[in-house]
Design a protein around this ligand. Sequence first.
Ligand SMILES: Nc1ncnc2c1ncn2[C@@H]1O[C@H](COP(=O)(O)OP(=O)(O)OP(=O)(O)O)[C@@H](O)[C@H]1O
Ligand SMILES: [Mg+2]
Length: 237
Amino acid sequence: MVDSMEPSGLPPFFGPVSSILSLKSNIGSGLVFGGQVKANAERKRIARARFPALKTLDSFEFAAIPALNKQAVLELTKGHYLEAKENIILVGPTGTGKTHISVALGIAACRQGKRVRFTTAAGLINELIEAQAQLRLSKLETTLLKLDLLILDEVGFVPFSKTGAELLFGVLTERYERGSVLVTTNLDFASWTEVFGDARLTGALLDRLTHRCHILEFQGDSYRFKESLRRKEKAKT
Ligand SMILES: Nc1ncnc2c1ncn2[C@@H]1O[C@H](COP(=O)(O)OP(=O)(O)OP(=O)(O)O)[C@@H](O)[C@H]1O
Ligand SMILES: [Mg+2]
């Protein structure tokens, strides 16, 4: 019996210590390799999302905007809203961090394996109009429909043309209860008709968008403005 023992005292079944160690290190390197594959996939999803800049919550100063519900933001980073196909609307004046938070939520979604696309409303309308002219609108619409999260930044900056509004309406209607949309806007809902140009279409759109929706209000002063004041003060000293 003793003869059949390995020098380590382990029965042969367990094999020599060296092979256990190498097995361990193989499992270890497998984990490292798996981690690498996951990191690469994550990087690809983030690149495909086309974020304008990589912003996360680590660099967001919640104290600068006390009106913003921090707990709600943190909860959204967990991504349950994506499973429930719920929408998010970030509303507030310019420079208050809406785009920053939208990117942070988008990156969090990419890290959870979700397909995300960031675009401005005007940018998406241009893409849709171009696709329509090149007879590949339905292909683009299908691609958009496959996204888990479509981030539509800056709704309200510029009014849409009639065709633009209708195309955007089409995309958002198709996504209704099929995939999440995150909209950032500096307009209250009452003013959306001015952007979409048609009261009936705007009503139908808002009805769908806000049906299952998390609304975060960014009431406060522009962070950009405060930062530039701080820089000027610093330059004086
Ligand atoms: N609370 C904050 N903490 C840290 N950085 C912030 C904060 N709020 C805004 N910023 C930074 O200030 C700049 C302006 O913010 P952001 O672009 O997100 O504002 P916005 O609400 O989208 O403005 P707009 O309506 O003009 O598009 C960005 O560089 C952003 O990272
Ligand atoms: Mg913005």
